[in-house]
Design a protein around this ligand. Structure first.
Ligand SMILES: Nc1ncnc2c1ncn2[C@@H]1O[C@H](COP(=O)(O)OP(=O)(O)OP(=O)(O)O)[C@@H](O)[C@H]1O
Ligand SMILES: CC(=O)N[C@H]1[C@@H]2OC[C@@H](O2)[C@@H](O)[C@@H]1O[C@H](C)C(=O)O
Length: 370
């Protein structure tokens, strides 16, 4: 068993989540402390602009480098804070910040300086989790399903775990343990951008804006006409895939726009092509704190909807924990993806190990031989 720190900077651009997990990459022995280190409003806006420029951005762009450096410094701080609680750490699983995801062009780009993180912490860092799957023709996302399946081992299937982050994604674990997954559509990202534009707050806190509005059903139908929703799973999204939705709802009042974007998220989840109907949905990610999304899902899905917290999981730390788990899997050459998860040709491992300025810890070769 290894003690890993998993680090996730999600598509909401709200900050770094860090979490400790004790795992061999197959079983989860224990979870340790978890914390979130928010980005300030200025860094958030700079990162947001990088996302808009990403399709034409040069990797050496000075603003990209500056933002990458600042994001990495936040990760270093997050590691320091969790290590103050649990000093004895074997490795870091470092997702980085996705700034572009275009698997159809065999491209997925997570910014973050793994060498700096490794040097500053003195720890081995596993990073670049998505490239191998994308290079082989897979979607490179979502990667969390093996982790969900490991956690669900004694929960009878079929059940669905739904993450509502910036983008939303679902894992379906069947009664036979089979795993299917895909990104369902937007999560909170459109709502966040809309709320920021109209109220200056980073999100529609507790769904207050959306609750006061009326859904424009014609607009929701227009948004759902996007070819993405007719595609079979597995499939994945870039945070900006549906950015045009903000233009469509721009004629709405702030409240009606928020209600319409929330309905878009809910309806996209409802239409997700799953091989079997789950008996229960367990929701994780920041979207479960939005009562408009949760009530809307309960009404739309016609299946019981709870949160992962009722399983004893930490719904805010799950993705960070996952990247600690995946780091251990990567060292052991275990699959991070599978044809029914990312659509790649076969079960594939991935991730890269960086030990900058360190000799490779001797235990790593032992783990990799197992
Ligand atoms: N009280 C709340 N009311 C409404 N929305 C909330 C609340 N708390 C969190 N959120 C939403 O949750 C988002 C953060 O969710 P989360 O941290 O799961 O996203 P992420 O990990 O960045 O995204 P992804 O899973 O796509 O990588 C916020 O941007 C906000 O939209
Ligand atoms: C390319 C990328 O960063 N995708 C994220 C994003 O955020 C949610 C959804 O879209 C999911 O597919 C994925 O993150 C999680 C951690 C995953 O890979 O499972």
């Amino acid at each position: 068993m290894l003690t890993a720190i998993g680090l996730m900077s999600g598509t909401s651009l709200d900050g770094v989540d860090a979490a400790i997990v004790r795992t061999d990459g197959e079983r989860i022995a224990a979870f340790g402390p978890a914390l979130s280190l928010p980005y300030g409003a200025a860094l958030r806006q700079r990162a947001r602009k990088i996302l808009d420029r990403a399709p034409t951005l040069h990797p050496d762009d000075p603003e990209l480098k500056a933002v990458e450096h600042e994001i990495t410094r936040h990760h270093i701080d997050a590691v320091r804070q969790v290590r103050a609680l649990v000093p004895d750490i074997d490795l870091i699983g470092f997702h980085g910040q996705t700034i572009l995801h275009a698997p159809q062009r065999r491209l997925t780009w997570q910014t973050g300086d793994a060498a700096l993180l490794s040097r500053a912490t003195g720890l081995a860092v596993v990073h670049d989790f998505r490239s191998a799957d994308v290079a082989a023709g897979g979607e490179g996302a979502p990667l969390v399903p093996w982790f969900h399946a490991a956690l669900l081992h004694d929960v009878p299937g079929p059940v669905a775990v739904l993450n509502i982050g910036g983008v939303a994604n679902v894992t379906l674990v069947g009664a036979d343990g089979s795993i299917h997954a895909c990104d369902t559509g937007p999560g909170n990202a459109l709502l966040d951008d809309w709320a920021f534009r109209h109220t200056g707050t980073a999100c529609d806190v507790d769904g207050r804006l959306a609750r006061a509005g009326t859904v424009n059903r014609a607009m929701v139908a227009q948004l759902l006409a996007d070819p993405y929703f007719a595609r079979p799973a597995p499939k994945s999204l870039d945070r900006q895939t549906f950015a045009a939705a903000l233009g469509l709802v721009s004629t709405c009042s702030p409240a009606d726009g928020a209600a319409t974007l929330a309905a878009f998220t809910i309806e996209a989840i409802r239409r997700t092509p799953l091989p079997v109907r789950p008996t229960r949905w367990y929701v994780c990610g920041g979207g479960r704190h939005n009562p408009v999304l949760m009530q809307g899902l309960r009404a739309a899905l016609g299946t019981p909807v709870g949160t992962v917290d009722e399983l004893g999981w930490n719904g805010d730390a799950l993705e960070a924990q996952c990247f600690g788990f995946l780091a251990a899997r990567s060292l052991r050459g275990l699959p991070l993806s599978a044809p029914t998860i990312t659509g790649g040709p076969e079960n594939l491992s991935g991730g890269r190990l960086t030990c900058a300025g360190l000799s490779v810890p001797s235990w790593i070769s032992t783990v990799m031989e197992k």
